[in-house]
Design a protein around this ligand. Structure first.
Ligand SMILES: [Zn+2]
Length: 253
């Protein structure tokens, strides 16, 4: 059912949330646009202006690693000061109320963690852009550490422990999906009785697989997205409206 207007959508969503025991929210770029985080893949997004650096290129070339870090620091104006939006706060409220065990996200902006959901309960399918890791020994590095060294030498630093390359903790194009996160996302999807797909066009694999997985497993499916998705027909509720507006009534004060 596609809600005829936002009030009807909110009222129906309220009923579905009240009736659910285990809610799994699945979020995409649309939940973070009101926080000033650009939707990288959308027309005009950063990745349509800059050719993305493929994982193999990052591994193969110091110059590509330098370029990757140059771009990351240039994005700091978007990521550095971003605060959770109304959608994040509503989901954190469901989490605190014990209705949602966590959240599965395609986003790399750390805003679910900032909204109060434990990092252990945020399943990140595309990693996290707010810190870095050594690709060889998996040691974590803060961006400030990388920036200090990069500023001094204009060279992307390698790991002092093992000489491995240090990369932002995101999943790059051409890089394998994180298996543990994928498995957890699948387990959570199968355990829920209400699946909320929020701000994702649900086009790109693996995002496209989860709504149907939930639905086949007997869960209700809600899609909140500005634009139509190809799963609108099978969803129990679809609201094509601003995500912050739809979810703000669910923020617990
Ligand atoms: Zn290392």
């Amino acid at each position: 059912m596609i809600a005829s207007d936002v009030e009807t959508g909110i009222a129906r969503l309220r009923e579905l949330i009240a009736a659910a025991s285990v809610i799994v929210p699945f979020t995409g770029a649309g939940i973070s646009t009101e926080c000033g985080i650009p939707d990288f893949r959308s027309p005009g997004g950063i990745w349509t202006k800059n050719q993305p650096i493929l994982f193999d290129e990052f591994l193969a070339s110091q110059e590509m690693r330098n370029e990757a870090w140059r771009r990351r620091f240039a994005m700091e104006e978007h990521f550095g000061n971003a605060r959770p939006g109304r959608g994040h706060l509503a989901l954190a409220s469901l989490y605190r109320a014990g209705k949602a065990p966590g959240v599965v996200t395609q986003n790399i902006d750390n805003l679910h963690q900032s909204s109060g959901i434990s990092p252990d309960d945020v399943v990140e399918l595309h990693g996290n852009n707010t810190y870095a890791v050594c690709l060889s020994c998996a040691k974590r590095y803060e961006l400030s550490w990388v920036k200090e060294r990069f500023s001094a030498s204009e060279q992307a630093p390698d790991c002092p422990d093992c000489d491995g390359h240090i990369k932002s903790a995101t999943v790059s194009f051409g890089q394998a999906m994180p298996e543990a996160a994928m498995q957890r996302a699948e387990d959570m999807t199968r355990s829920c009785d209400l699946f909320l797909a929020i701000g994702s066009s649900l086009v790109v694999w693996p995002a496209a697989g989860f709504p149907l997985m939930a639905k086949r497993n007997g869960a209700r499916l809600v899609i909140l997205n500005r634009d139509a998705t190809e799963f609108d027909d099978v969803a129990d509720l679809v609201v094509h409206d601003d995500i912050g507006t739809v979810l703000s009534p669910f923020i617990a004060h």
